[in-house]
Unconditional design. Structure first.
Lengths: 341, 341
DNA sequence: AACAATTTTGTAAACGTTTACAAAACAGAT
DNA sequence: ATCTGTTTTGTAAACGTTTACAAAATTGTT
């Protein structure tokens, strides 16, 4: 008859007992603290290995008040963009022995906010936030917790925390300019969430490009919804049913673009011949031959890595770090959908 | 001049002080333990809210020896199959106030094993494992830790832990049978990792279907690699360069199938007319109009949910639960790629 | 008003670490 | 052998909870 719970594993005291020394010394040996005799240290190491000792993270946290855990908040694990970012984060921080709680919000501000309790309770050491909410209210709440925070989305007002973003305006500009160069005169814009920075910034770059050509965006050709392909599909259907339908569309992300493709396909319209299309993100599937989506590529993994490095640096330093802001530059990658070939 | 670290937040003692009672009572009130006066309880709640109290998870873990943290190990966060599973897990366990560490192994057995230290150290309460390694060696090591473990992949030998799997053999059979019904006589198989259960089981179902028609799988038409689309692409290229090339292919997952499509496209071969194709998983993109991949659909989210529920049940019960095994049934979903339309 | 029974509260120990400080062991010099 | 200085080790407190047990307060009964 065995107990279900081993009720705690091997502790530092067991090692001390076995090695015939005090547990303070064991702690020192295990943590490579100075002032412990070589012979003792190796004996401790030997015993600890033999007994199968693993330090109890909770106990350690309690006294050091750091958990070596981070949280990464993303709005949609189902959008290939975010797993890529997550990978960048995870790989970087794991090298420094940090682990990450992946928090998926499903674009739900309430759920996002509800993670606050998690962070507070678990006393995570740092937080990387890709907010679904763009007025910065939630981010500000997170910032108030005092843990190092880096946001990988931008906000209207300055939150005063680290920031790693890609230059959405520039990306939008690139897209607009490229479409213009092709001579399209009725260029539509399909955004994600209305008011979301990813939408508005990309749009403003797009507008800038139009302005450069002496044009203005036609409000009737600018539709919004959410960052899903269903939304792109529905809005494209509307746009393409128009009397004078657009001959080019800039989509605020690739998922939207794929929805647009779908709509065009169904209507028998040829993407690139009848309708030029540019997306944003460069998710893996964009390069797929059957898709060949021209898009504004974001350095996804890099984004995660940069955010992780900032957190790590902040965690490593004693003083409070000044808020850093890193702006990554997106690039136009030309495939078929824009009608270039 | 402010200190960087707040060095611990509001504690139970602060509340006790403020409310003028002992901290044991505060603890009881906060945890809804019986035997605390209604008035006291509400006062505690009020004070705790006013002070912004969050229980310290580490301290709590230390005494209760449970962390309310689970780990989910997956081999490839970049394969849309797994985020879907992850979502099922996360949504289910979060309702019971558990959080999850997402551990991505990149199909690397070493990395997978290295997570062991994490689990031991963090004393996670439970573990859901989609192993990249199929002989069960790693899973067995995980099982030895004594924490409730549910694997969502199958192994050659019986590991003696909970298991939630989909019937790969049946899935393979469905695929083979469907292809056979179409009259294809040279059916190839492109697997993922050779020897991986996902590969071998799906293949064995496929063989069974062939056998039912008095046929045998042609070893020359069965290629292996990894579960990525690049691998599918490369192997398809080989297959399609054959003198007597196959007229149908069963791919062990959708990513592979998409690679195969790509190869066919490049060679000017029509999927469905010149080459029938069936995948496995039913990732989101399979239903995309430009893909229209006929595939064996796995209940991805369900898989995660079921695994999570088992863990939760195990965690909830006092005695050691008998190992449960849940087998989910995959389904054939017919789209274009198999030549049905 | 006193007692028993019950409800509510408080005290203290425990969980497994880290770390300041004190104590002991050792080395080298006399 | 003794002393000094250094290295190594040990003791004890602390981190923030939970919880068994003891103590106190409250209630009901007579």
């Amino acid at each position: 008859m065995q107990h279900k719970k081993k009720k705690g594993g091997v502790t530092i005291k067991d090692i001390a007992m076995e090695a015939g020394i005090s547990y303070a010394t064991v702690s020192r040996a295990l943590n490579n603290r100075p002032g412990v005799k070589k012979a003792t240290r190796s004996r401790v190491l030997e015993v600890s290995k033999r007994l199968g000792y693993y330090p109890n993270a909770a106990a350690r946290s309690l006294v050091t008040s750091q958990t070596r855990a981070l949280a990464l908040v993303i709005p949609d694990i189902t959008n290939p963009f975010f797993p890529e970012v997550a990978r960048g984060v995870e790989e970087t921080v794991s090298k420094a022995d940090y682990n990450v709680f992946l928090c998926n919000t499903n674009w739900d501000g309430h759920k996002e906010l509800s993670f606050l309790a998690l962070f507070e309770s678990r006393r995570i050491d740092g937080l990387i936030l890709a907010s679904s909410n763009d007025d910065g209210a939630i981010a500000e709440k997170f910032a108030q917790t005092g843990v190092p925070l880096v946001v990988i989305s931008s906000f209207e007002r300055d939150i005063g925390c680290h920031q790693v973003i890609v230059d959405n305006v520039w990306g939008g500009y690139l897209a607009g300019r490229h479409l213009l160069e092709h001579g399209y005169d009725r260029i539509a814009f399909i955004g994600g969430l209305a008011g979301a920075r990813a939408t508005t910034e990309r749009f403003s770059g797009f507008e800038k490009a139009l302005a450069g050509a002496g044009l203005k965006a036609d409000p009737g050709l600018c539709l919004y919804g959410s960052f899903t392909w269903e939304s792109g599909y529905r809005n494209a259907l509307k746009l393409l049913a128009l009397e004078r339908r657009p001959n080019a569309i800039f989509a605020a992300n690739d998922l939207l673009a794929m929805g647009i493709m779908q709509a065009a396909d169904e209507l028998g319209l040829s993407i690139s011949d009848d309708l030029a299309l540019i997306g944003f993100d460069d998710i893996g599937f964009a390069s797929y031959p059957r898709i060949c989506l021209t898009t504004i590529a974001q350095p996804k993994k890099k984004l995660g890595e940069a955010a992780a490095e900032i957190i790590l640096a902040d965690l490593g330093s004693e003083r409070k770090e000044a808020a850093r802001k890193i702006v990554l530059t997106p690039e136009l990658v030309i495939r078929r959908s824009c009608g270039c070939y």
